[in-house]
Design a protein around this ligand. Structure first.
Ligand SMILES: [Zn+2]
Ligand SMILES: [Zn+2]
Length: 109
């Protein structure tokens, strides 16, 4: 009887442990300092249809690029570019992977 009580008592701890250790995001999860470091390293360029002619739409927010927009291009592929605001939001959530190819962003800087 005591053993069952012990197991039932331990289940919540086990579930919390699993939740904390099973974050399977590609490239892992960034936190505080690392997020700032990655965001600081991002390039910012004014959008021009000559330089960015692969996709005319941001793959994160699906809004068409405008001449006034600031674009960030990742080092994984010249075709992987986004609104600066959109990729900053993405990274600020702790994501450490290119939204298109899942390559680790921190490793590219
Ligand atoms: Zn966007
Ligand atoms: Zn990429």
């Amino acid at each position: 009887m005591f053993v069952y009580a012990l197991i039932i008592f331990l289940i919540p701890f086990f579930l919390i442990y699993r939740r904390n250790h099973l974050d399977n995001r590609p490239g892992g999860v960034l936190n505080g300092q690392a997020i700032n470091q990655v965001v600081d390293s991002l390039t910012r360029e004014k959008f021009s249809s000559g330089a960015f002619n692969n996709d005319l739409q941001c793959p994160i927010c699906y809004v068409e690029y405008d001449a006034a927009d600031e674009i960030t291009q990742l080092n994984c592929d010249p075709k992987h570019y986004f609104h600066n605001d959109c990729i900053v939001t993405w990274i600020s959530k702790g994501n450490n992977s290119c939204p298109m190819c899942r390559k680790e962003i921190k490793q590219m800087i």
